[in-house]
Design a protein around this ligand. Structure first.
Ligand code: GLU
Length: 452
Protein backbone atom coordinates (compact mmCIF):
# COMPACT_ATOMS: atom_id res chain seq x y z
CA UNK A 1 0.00 0.00 0.00
CA UNK A 2 1.06 3.56 -0.60
CA UNK A 3 3.90 5.04 -2.56
CA UNK A 4 6.97 2.80 -2.49
CA UNK A 5 9.52 5.64 -2.51
CA UNK A 6 7.91 7.28 0.54
CA UNK A 7 7.49 3.94 2.33
CA UNK A 8 11.13 2.96 1.75
CA UNK A 9 12.47 6.24 3.10
CA UNK A 10 10.16 6.06 6.14
CA UNK A 11 11.31 2.48 6.76
CA UNK A 12 14.99 3.41 6.54
CA UNK A 13 14.50 6.34 8.95
CA UNK A 14 12.66 4.01 11.35
CA UNK A 15 15.47 1.47 11.19
CA UNK A 16 18.16 4.10 11.68
CA UNK A 17 16.64 6.08 14.56
CA UNK A 18 14.57 3.68 16.68
CA UNK A 19 15.53 5.71 19.74
CA UNK A 20 14.18 9.00 18.33
CA UNK A 21 10.38 8.58 18.58
CA UNK A 22 9.40 12.25 18.21
CA UNK A 23 11.60 12.66 15.14
CA UNK A 24 10.13 9.51 13.58
CA UNK A 25 6.63 10.76 14.28
CA UNK A 26 7.34 14.06 12.52
CA UNK A 27 8.93 12.32 9.52
CA UNK A 28 6.03 9.90 9.19
CA UNK A 29 3.46 12.64 9.47
CA UNK A 30 5.06 14.73 6.75
CA UNK A 31 6.15 12.02 4.33
CA UNK A 32 3.05 9.81 4.44
CA UNK A 33 0.77 12.80 3.90
CA UNK A 34 2.63 13.66 0.69
CA UNK A 35 2.25 10.33 -1.13
CA UNK A 36 -0.01 11.80 -3.85
CA UNK A 37 2.81 14.21 -4.81
CA UNK A 38 5.28 11.37 -5.38
CA UNK A 39 2.72 9.45 -7.43
CA UNK A 40 2.64 12.44 -9.77
CA UNK A 41 6.26 13.66 -9.78
CA UNK A 42 9.38 11.50 -10.22
CA UNK A 43 11.99 14.28 -9.97
CA UNK A 44 12.10 14.17 -6.17
CA UNK A 45 12.96 10.48 -6.16
CA UNK A 46 15.50 10.91 -8.99
CA UNK A 47 17.20 13.62 -6.94
CA UNK A 48 17.01 11.64 -3.67
CA UNK A 49 15.28 14.58 -2.03
CA UNK A 50 13.55 12.63 0.73
CA UNK A 51 16.75 10.75 1.66
CA UNK A 52 18.49 14.12 1.95
CA UNK A 53 15.77 16.19 3.58
CA UNK A 54 15.46 13.85 6.59
CA UNK A 55 19.12 14.37 7.50
CA UNK A 56 20.09 17.69 9.11
CA UNK A 57 22.77 19.64 7.26
CA UNK A 58 24.50 19.91 10.62
CA UNK A 59 23.77 18.88 14.20
CA UNK A 60 25.89 20.54 16.84
CA UNK A 61 25.98 19.31 20.43
CA UNK A 62 28.05 21.04 23.07
CA UNK A 63 28.75 21.21 26.77
CA UNK A 64 27.33 24.10 28.79
CA UNK A 65 29.02 24.42 32.19
CA UNK A 66 27.88 27.17 34.55
CA UNK A 67 27.91 27.98 38.26
CA UNK A 68 24.72 28.07 40.35
CA UNK A 69 23.96 30.49 43.20
CA UNK A 70 25.53 28.14 45.73
CA UNK A 71 28.80 28.14 43.81
CA UNK A 72 28.35 24.58 42.49
CA UNK A 73 29.26 23.71 38.92
CA UNK A 74 26.31 22.55 36.79
CA UNK A 75 26.55 20.89 33.39
CA UNK A 76 23.91 20.81 30.65
CA UNK A 77 23.84 19.70 27.02
CA UNK A 78 23.44 22.43 24.41
CA UNK A 79 22.34 21.86 20.81
CA UNK A 80 21.74 23.53 17.48
CA UNK A 81 20.22 21.51 14.64
CA UNK A 82 20.80 23.31 11.35
CA UNK A 83 18.37 21.28 9.32
CA UNK A 84 17.93 22.92 5.94
CA UNK A 85 19.20 26.13 4.33
CA UNK A 86 17.83 25.64 0.80
CA UNK A 87 15.61 28.73 0.87
CA UNK A 88 17.32 30.99 3.41
CA UNK A 89 19.44 31.28 6.53
CA UNK A 90 18.69 28.80 9.32
CA UNK A 91 15.82 30.05 11.46
CA UNK A 92 14.10 28.53 14.46
CA UNK A 93 13.77 28.77 18.19
CA UNK A 94 15.73 27.60 21.20
CA UNK A 95 13.97 25.41 23.76
CA UNK A 96 15.18 25.17 27.35
CA UNK A 97 13.38 22.24 29.01
CA UNK A 98 14.53 19.09 30.84
CA UNK A 99 12.99 16.91 28.08
CA UNK A 100 15.24 18.38 25.36
CA UNK A 101 17.34 15.82 23.48
CA UNK A 102 18.30 15.09 19.87
CA UNK A 103 14.95 13.48 19.05
CA UNK A 104 12.93 16.47 20.25
CA UNK A 105 15.15 19.00 18.49
CA UNK A 106 15.28 17.01 15.26
CA UNK A 107 11.49 16.78 15.21
CA UNK A 108 11.22 20.51 15.83
CA UNK A 109 13.91 21.37 13.27
CA UNK A 110 12.32 19.12 10.66
CA UNK A 111 8.90 20.73 11.17
CA UNK A 112 10.50 24.15 11.01
CA UNK A 113 11.74 23.55 7.43
CA UNK A 114 8.21 23.25 6.06
CA UNK A 115 6.64 25.80 8.39
CA UNK A 116 9.18 28.44 7.42
CA UNK A 117 8.73 27.64 3.74
CA UNK A 118 4.96 28.02 4.05
CA UNK A 119 5.33 31.59 5.33
CA UNK A 120 6.49 32.50 1.82
CA UNK A 121 9.57 34.15 3.33
CA UNK A 122 13.25 33.30 2.77
CA UNK A 123 14.06 31.33 5.93
CA UNK A 124 15.59 27.88 6.33
CA UNK A 125 14.80 25.42 9.12
CA UNK A 126 16.61 24.98 12.44
CA UNK A 127 16.06 24.44 16.13
CA UNK A 128 18.20 24.34 19.24
CA UNK A 129 18.21 24.43 22.98
CA UNK A 130 19.23 22.66 26.11
CA UNK A 131 18.00 20.29 28.81
CA UNK A 132 18.46 23.22 31.22
CA UNK A 133 15.29 23.93 33.23
CA UNK A 134 14.75 27.65 33.88
CA UNK A 135 11.97 26.79 36.37
CA UNK A 136 13.02 27.48 39.93
CA UNK A 137 16.28 29.19 38.85
CA UNK A 138 17.16 32.73 39.90
CA UNK A 139 17.59 35.45 37.28
CA UNK A 140 21.32 35.38 37.98
CA UNK A 141 21.48 31.63 37.31
CA UNK A 142 19.50 32.00 34.10
CA UNK A 143 21.90 34.76 33.04
CA UNK A 144 25.01 32.70 33.75
CA UNK A 145 23.53 29.73 31.90
CA UNK A 146 22.61 31.88 28.88
CA UNK A 147 26.08 33.44 28.81
CA UNK A 148 27.72 30.00 28.89
CA UNK A 149 25.33 28.71 26.21
CA UNK A 150 26.04 31.64 23.87
CA UNK A 151 29.80 31.40 24.47
CA UNK A 152 29.66 28.16 22.47
CA UNK A 153 26.74 28.92 20.14
CA UNK A 154 28.40 32.13 18.92
CA UNK A 155 30.59 30.10 16.53
CA UNK A 156 27.59 28.87 14.57
CA UNK A 157 25.15 31.79 14.40
CA UNK A 158 24.95 35.18 12.68
CA UNK A 159 22.39 37.58 11.22
CA UNK A 160 22.85 36.11 7.72
CA UNK A 161 23.62 32.50 8.63
CA UNK A 162 21.53 31.26 11.57
CA UNK A 163 19.08 33.32 13.61
CA UNK A 164 17.68 31.61 16.74
CA UNK A 165 14.66 32.83 18.72
CA UNK A 166 12.58 31.65 21.66
CA UNK A 167 10.50 28.55 22.24
CA UNK A 168 9.43 26.77 25.45
CA UNK A 169 11.54 28.11 28.35
CA UNK A 170 13.11 30.86 26.26
CA UNK A 171 11.37 34.23 26.38
CA UNK A 172 12.36 37.88 26.51
CA UNK A 173 14.60 37.47 29.56
CA UNK A 174 16.65 34.65 28.03
CA UNK A 175 16.88 36.32 24.60
CA UNK A 176 18.21 39.43 26.39
CA UNK A 177 21.01 37.56 28.14
CA UNK A 178 21.87 35.60 24.98
CA UNK A 179 21.96 38.77 22.87
CA UNK A 180 24.09 40.61 25.43
CA UNK A 181 26.66 37.83 25.42
CA UNK A 182 26.70 37.60 21.60
CA UNK A 183 27.39 41.32 21.39
CA UNK A 184 30.08 41.13 24.03
CA UNK A 185 31.86 38.29 22.23
CA UNK A 186 31.63 39.62 18.68
CA UNK A 187 31.38 43.39 19.10
CA UNK A 188 28.50 43.27 16.62
CA UNK A 189 25.06 44.75 17.23
CA UNK A 190 23.07 42.82 14.66
CA UNK A 191 19.88 40.85 14.27
CA UNK A 192 21.35 37.51 15.35
CA UNK A 193 18.33 36.67 17.48
CA UNK A 194 14.64 37.49 17.18
CA UNK A 195 12.18 38.11 19.97
CA UNK A 196 14.44 40.88 21.19
CA UNK A 197 13.35 43.64 23.59
CA UNK A 198 11.63 46.60 21.94
CA UNK A 199 14.35 49.05 23.03
CA UNK A 200 17.13 47.08 21.34
CA UNK A 201 15.93 45.86 17.98
CA UNK A 202 12.83 43.82 18.76
CA UNK A 203 9.69 44.06 16.64
CA UNK A 204 6.31 45.21 17.85
CA UNK A 205 3.78 42.35 17.70
CA UNK A 206 6.45 39.61 17.81
CA UNK A 207 5.34 38.63 21.33
CA UNK A 208 1.72 38.38 20.21
CA UNK A 209 2.41 36.85 16.79
CA UNK A 210 2.12 33.09 17.34
CA UNK A 211 -1.18 33.30 19.24
CA UNK A 212 -2.63 36.04 17.02
CA UNK A 213 -1.54 34.17 13.89
CA UNK A 214 -3.16 30.97 15.07
CA UNK A 215 -6.51 32.68 15.60
CA UNK A 216 -6.21 34.35 12.15
CA UNK A 217 -5.61 30.91 10.64
CA UNK A 218 -8.63 29.47 12.50
CA UNK A 219 -10.72 32.38 11.26
CA UNK A 220 -9.69 31.58 7.68
CA UNK A 221 -10.62 27.91 8.12
CA UNK A 222 -14.03 28.74 9.59
CA UNK A 223 -14.85 31.29 6.87
CA UNK A 224 -14.05 28.68 4.21
CA UNK A 225 -16.88 26.52 5.55
CA UNK A 226 -19.29 29.42 6.00
CA UNK A 227 -18.86 29.69 9.77
CA UNK A 228 -17.50 32.39 12.02
CA UNK A 229 -15.45 32.70 15.16
CA UNK A 230 -17.74 35.20 16.86
CA UNK A 231 -19.84 33.75 19.66
CA UNK A 232 -17.85 30.51 19.86
CA UNK A 233 -16.54 28.94 23.06
CA UNK A 234 -12.86 28.01 22.90
CA UNK A 235 -10.62 25.65 24.87
CA UNK A 236 -7.01 26.82 24.98
CA UNK A 237 -4.25 24.70 26.52
CA UNK A 238 -0.97 25.98 27.86
CA UNK A 239 -0.40 29.24 29.70
CA UNK A 240 2.75 30.53 28.04
CA UNK A 241 3.22 33.14 25.37
CA UNK A 242 1.26 31.28 22.67
CA UNK A 243 -1.74 30.58 24.93
CA UNK A 244 -1.89 34.11 26.36
CA UNK A 245 -2.06 35.83 22.97
CA UNK A 246 -4.46 33.23 21.60
CA UNK A 247 -6.79 34.17 24.47
CA UNK A 248 -6.36 37.87 23.69
CA UNK A 249 -7.11 37.55 19.97
CA UNK A 250 -10.08 35.24 20.61
CA UNK A 251 -11.66 37.98 22.72
CA UNK A 252 -10.90 40.58 20.02
CA UNK A 253 -12.74 38.45 17.45
CA UNK A 254 -15.74 37.90 19.72
CA UNK A 255 -15.10 34.34 20.96
CA UNK A 256 -14.89 33.26 24.61
CA UNK A 257 -11.79 31.36 25.74
CA UNK A 258 -12.79 29.28 28.77
CA UNK A 259 -9.62 27.36 29.67
CA UNK A 260 -5.86 27.57 30.06
CA UNK A 261 -3.65 24.82 31.47
CA UNK A 262 -0.26 23.59 32.49
CA UNK A 263 1.17 20.10 32.90
CA UNK A 264 -0.42 19.76 36.34
CA UNK A 265 -3.88 21.19 35.85
CA UNK A 266 -6.47 23.12 33.97
CA UNK A 267 -8.34 26.33 34.71
CA UNK A 268 -11.97 26.24 33.65
CA UNK A 269 -13.78 29.55 33.74
CA UNK A 270 -17.15 29.41 31.92
CA UNK A 271 -17.53 33.20 31.87
CA UNK A 272 -14.16 33.52 30.12
CA UNK A 273 -10.48 33.56 31.12
CA UNK A 274 -9.38 36.77 32.84
CA UNK A 275 -6.59 37.99 30.57
CA UNK A 276 -5.32 40.61 33.04
CA UNK A 277 -4.90 38.03 35.81
CA UNK A 278 -3.38 35.49 33.42
CA UNK A 279 -0.74 38.02 32.33
CA UNK A 280 -0.04 39.03 35.92
CA UNK A 281 0.42 35.42 37.09
CA UNK A 282 2.39 34.16 34.09
CA UNK A 283 4.27 37.13 32.64
CA UNK A 284 5.06 39.06 35.80
CA UNK A 285 4.94 36.65 38.75
CA UNK A 286 6.02 33.51 36.81
CA UNK A 287 3.69 31.63 39.17
CA UNK A 288 1.57 28.51 38.64
CA UNK A 289 -2.10 28.29 37.74
CA UNK A 290 -3.08 27.50 41.33
CA UNK A 291 -2.25 31.16 41.98
CA UNK A 292 -4.59 32.15 39.13
CA UNK A 293 -7.37 30.10 40.79
CA UNK A 294 -6.74 31.96 44.06
CA UNK A 295 -7.18 35.31 42.31
CA UNK A 296 -10.22 34.39 40.19
CA UNK A 297 -12.99 33.14 42.42
CA UNK A 298 -15.19 32.03 39.51
CA UNK A 299 -12.45 29.79 38.06
CA UNK A 300 -12.21 26.06 38.78
CA UNK A 301 -8.82 24.39 38.98
CA UNK A 302 -8.95 20.79 37.76
CA UNK A 303 -5.78 18.79 38.59
CA UNK A 304 -4.60 16.42 35.84
CA UNK A 305 -4.00 13.82 38.56
CA UNK A 306 -7.78 13.57 39.12
CA UNK A 307 -8.20 12.52 35.52
CA UNK A 308 -7.79 9.16 33.70
CA UNK A 309 -4.21 8.62 32.43
CA UNK A 310 -3.75 9.88 28.88
CA UNK A 311 -6.57 12.42 29.10
CA UNK A 312 -6.33 16.10 29.89
CA UNK A 313 -9.29 17.95 31.46
CA UNK A 314 -8.78 20.94 29.14
CA UNK A 315 -10.19 18.89 26.24
CA UNK A 316 -13.28 17.77 28.10
CA UNK A 317 -15.01 20.98 29.16
CA UNK A 318 -17.14 21.18 26.02
CA UNK A 319 -15.86 23.74 23.51
CA UNK A 320 -16.60 24.63 19.89
CA UNK A 321 -12.97 25.44 19.13
CA UNK A 322 -9.73 23.93 20.45
CA UNK A 323 -6.32 25.62 20.45
CA UNK A 324 -3.64 23.22 21.75
CA UNK A 325 -0.86 25.62 22.74
CA UNK A 326 1.22 23.70 25.28
CA UNK A 327 3.56 21.06 23.84
CA UNK A 328 4.01 18.01 21.60
CA UNK A 329 1.60 15.07 21.89
CA UNK A 330 -0.62 16.81 24.42
CA UNK A 331 -3.79 15.77 22.52
CA UNK A 332 -4.23 12.01 22.65
CA UNK A 333 -6.79 9.87 20.84
CA UNK A 334 -8.92 9.87 24.02
CA UNK A 335 -8.72 13.67 24.15
CA UNK A 336 -9.72 13.89 20.48
CA UNK A 337 -12.76 11.71 21.17
CA UNK A 338 -13.70 13.86 24.17
CA UNK A 339 -13.48 17.02 22.06
CA UNK A 340 -15.51 15.56 19.20
CA UNK A 341 -18.20 14.01 21.40
CA UNK A 342 -18.85 17.44 22.89
CA UNK A 343 -19.28 19.12 19.53
CA UNK A 344 -15.86 20.58 18.70
CA UNK A 345 -15.81 21.90 15.11
CA UNK A 346 -12.22 23.17 14.85
CA UNK A 347 -8.75 22.35 16.14
CA UNK A 348 -5.93 24.78 15.38
CA UNK A 349 -2.48 23.89 16.65
CA UNK A 350 -0.53 26.63 18.45
CA UNK A 351 2.13 24.28 19.83
CA UNK A 352 4.42 22.18 17.64
CA UNK A 353 2.96 18.70 16.91
CA UNK A 354 0.48 18.84 19.83
CA UNK A 355 -1.79 16.15 18.36
CA UNK A 356 -0.64 12.54 18.23
CA UNK A 357 -0.90 10.85 14.82
CA UNK A 358 -3.99 8.98 16.09
CA UNK A 359 -5.66 12.17 17.31
CA UNK A 360 -5.00 13.91 13.98
CA UNK A 361 -6.49 10.95 12.10
CA UNK A 362 -9.57 11.10 14.35
CA UNK A 363 -10.10 14.82 13.63
CA UNK A 364 -9.68 14.23 9.91
CA UNK A 365 -12.10 11.30 9.95
CA UNK A 366 -14.67 13.49 11.68
CA UNK A 367 -14.25 16.09 8.92
CA UNK A 368 -13.83 19.07 11.28
CA UNK A 369 -11.53 22.01 10.47
CA UNK A 370 -8.02 20.95 11.43
CA UNK A 371 -5.16 23.46 11.25
CA UNK A 372 -1.81 21.65 11.58
CA UNK A 373 0.96 23.41 13.51
CA UNK A 374 3.10 24.06 10.45
CA UNK A 375 0.35 26.26 9.08
CA UNK A 376 -1.41 27.47 12.20
CA UNK A 377 1.53 28.51 14.38
CA UNK A 378 3.76 29.88 11.61
CA UNK A 379 2.88 33.46 12.56
CA UNK A 380 5.58 33.47 15.23
CA UNK A 381 8.47 32.65 12.96
CA UNK A 382 7.02 34.78 10.16
CA UNK A 383 7.07 37.80 12.46
CA UNK A 384 10.61 36.88 13.45
CA UNK A 385 11.49 37.28 9.80
CA UNK A 386 9.76 40.68 9.85
CA UNK A 387 12.01 41.54 12.82
CA UNK A 388 15.06 40.51 10.75
CA UNK A 389 13.82 42.67 7.91
CA UNK A 390 13.47 45.71 10.20
CA UNK A 391 16.94 45.08 11.71
CA UNK A 392 18.51 44.80 8.25
CA UNK A 393 16.86 48.05 7.19
CA UNK A 394 17.74 49.70 10.52
CA UNK A 395 14.14 50.70 10.94
CA UNK A 396 11.06 49.80 12.94
CA UNK A 397 7.44 49.47 11.94
CA UNK A 398 4.29 50.24 13.95
CA UNK A 399 2.28 47.53 15.70
CA UNK A 400 -0.48 47.82 13.11
CA UNK A 401 1.96 47.54 10.21
CA UNK A 402 3.46 44.32 11.60
CA UNK A 403 0.07 42.91 12.61
CA UNK A 404 -1.28 43.71 9.16
CA UNK A 405 1.60 41.88 7.51
CA UNK A 406 1.08 38.93 9.89
CA UNK A 407 -2.57 38.75 8.93
CA UNK A 408 -1.63 38.76 5.25
CA UNK A 409 0.97 36.04 5.77
CA UNK A 410 -1.54 33.80 7.62
CA UNK A 411 -4.04 34.31 4.79
CA UNK A 412 -1.28 33.37 2.33
CA UNK A 413 -0.47 30.18 4.25
CA UNK A 414 -4.16 29.30 4.35
CA UNK A 415 -4.48 29.83 0.61
CA UNK A 416 -1.39 27.72 -0.13
CA UNK A 417 -2.62 24.82 2.04
CA UNK A 418 -6.18 25.15 0.76
CA UNK A 419 -5.31 25.33 -2.95
CA UNK A 420 -2.72 22.53 -2.73
CA UNK A 421 -5.22 20.24 -0.95
CA UNK A 422 -7.68 20.91 -3.79
CA UNK A 423 -4.99 20.33 -6.43
CA UNK A 424 -4.39 16.85 -4.98
CA UNK A 425 -8.07 16.00 -4.68
CA UNK A 426 -8.50 16.29 -0.91
CA UNK A 427 -10.22 19.63 -0.30
CA UNK A 428 -9.97 20.83 3.30
CA UNK A 429 -7.03 18.55 4.12
CA UNK A 430 -4.62 21.22 5.36
CA UNK A 431 -2.21 18.59 6.67
CA UNK A 432 -1.58 17.34 3.17
CA UNK A 433 -1.97 20.72 1.51
CA UNK A 434 0.38 22.46 3.96
CA UNK A 435 3.02 19.75 3.84
CA UNK A 436 3.11 19.56 0.06
CA UNK A 437 3.11 23.35 -0.40
CA UNK A 438 5.92 23.77 2.13
CA UNK A 439 7.91 20.84 0.78
CA UNK A 440 7.79 21.73 -2.92
CA UNK A 441 9.51 25.09 -2.53
CA UNK A 442 12.34 23.60 -0.46
CA UNK A 443 12.71 20.47 -2.62
CA UNK A 444 12.78 22.40 -5.90
CA UNK A 445 15.38 24.77 -4.43
CA UNK A 446 17.51 21.80 -3.38
CA UNK A 447 17.38 20.38 -6.90
CA UNK A 448 18.38 23.74 -8.40
CA UNK A 449 21.31 24.08 -5.98
CA UNK A 450 22.86 20.70 -6.79
CA UNK A 451 23.91 17.66 -4.83
CA UNK A 452 24.92 18.42 -1.26
N1 GLU B 1 9.82 28.67 18.27
C1 GLU B 1 8.93 29.26 17.32
C2 GLU B 1 8.46 28.21 16.35
O1 GLU B 1 8.28 27.07 16.74
C3 GLU B 1 9.49 30.52 16.68
C4 GLU B 1 10.78 30.37 15.97
C5 GLU B 1 11.37 31.68 15.47
O2 GLU B 1 10.76 32.72 15.65
O3 GLU B 1 12.47 31.63 14.90
O4 GLU B 1 8.19 28.44 15.20
Amino acid sequence: MGNSYVRNVVESVRAKYPHQPEFLQAVEEVLLSMEPLFEKESKYEENAILERIVVPERLIEFRVAWTDDKGRIQVNNGYRVQFNSAIGPYKGGLRFHPSVNQSILKFLGFEQIFKNSLTGLAIGGAKGGSDFDPKGKSDAEVMRFCQAFMTELVRYVGALSDVPAGDIGVGGREIGYLFGQYKRLTSRFEGVLTGKGLKWGGSLARTEATGFGNVYFADNMLKAVGKEIEGKKAAVSGSGNVAIYTVKKLYQLGATPVTVSDSRGCIYQPAGINLEVLQQVKERERASLTRYAELCKDATYIPVADYPAGEHPVWNVGADLAFPSATQNEVTLADAKNLLSKGCILVSEGANMPSTLEATAEFQKAGICFGPAKCANAGGVATSQLEMEQNAGMTSWTFDEVDGKLKGIMAGIFKAAHDTAEEFGQPGNYVMGGNIAGFRKVADSMIEQGVM
